[in-house]
Design a binder for this molecule. Structure first.
Ligand code: COA
Length: 167
């Protein structure tokens, strides 16, 4: 599969904002607000990767666009370490695929490539979480080797916590 992960770029503005508007209750562009200047938003995501100007409560994280044949099909957010919130609920990696590109194995490939990346920066044991009701996401995690640790309450909903260990 010809899917690649790459950093967000200034000339992604139109397509990335279109993708962002396609998710009613999930953030494609993390912490994005319409009043932001695009160029500054892109540079903030690059800073976050390097741990520069980290907002309070955030850890260094890499934001990757997933691209197939030059089109944005999804994204991944890869946290380089866990804080208390991430250890309990958020996990190391979050991902999403645009509605028109679903059920083609893209999320599985995004997670697979994200695991290669996070291991390359020294994280061996990777926590991934998803709501129990998100059957698509739990299937993706299990396909990538996720072992269920437990199911916890997150804002009144059951949340599945999985570990993926290097073997
Ligand atoms: C969850 C999500 C990432 C899945 O993306 P995707 O590219 O469709 O996933 P894949 O094609 O890799 O799916 C792999 C398998 O998961 C299962 N699956 C995926 N979506 C499913 C769904 N809606 N219902 C049931 N099973 C599903 C299937 O078994 C699928 O394999 P198959 O198509 O061969 O049957 C996507 O629906 C999405 O972006 N949702 C909104 C954001 C989100 O929930 N992100 C995850 C946060 S934890």
């Amino acid at each position: 599969m010809d899917l690649r992960l790459r950093e967000l770029e200034v000339n992604d503005e139109r397509e990335a904002l279109a993708a962002h508007s396609e998710f009613p209750d999930w953030e494609f562009l993390l912490s994005y607000k319409p009043e932001y200047k695009w160029r500054e938003y892109v540079s903030q995501t690059h800073d976050l990767r390097l741990g520069i100007n980290l907002p309070k409560g955030r850890v260094p994280a890499t934001f990757f666009i997933a691209e197939v044949d030059g089109e944005i099909i999804g994204r991944a957010s890869i946290r380089h370490e866990l804080n208390t919130f991430l250890r309990n609920y958020g996990g190391h990696i979050g991902y999403g695929v645009r509605p028109q590109f679903r059920r083609r194995g893209y999320a599985t490939e995004i997670l697979h490539k994200s695991l290669t990346y996070i291991r390359s920066i020294g994280v061996g044991e990777v926590l991934i979480t998803c709501l129990d009701e998100n059957v698509g996401s739990s299937a993706v995690i299990e396909r990538c080797g996720g072992q269920l640790e437990n199911i916890v309450d997150f804002e009144g909903k059951p949340l599945r916590r999985y570990w993926i260990r290097k073997h």
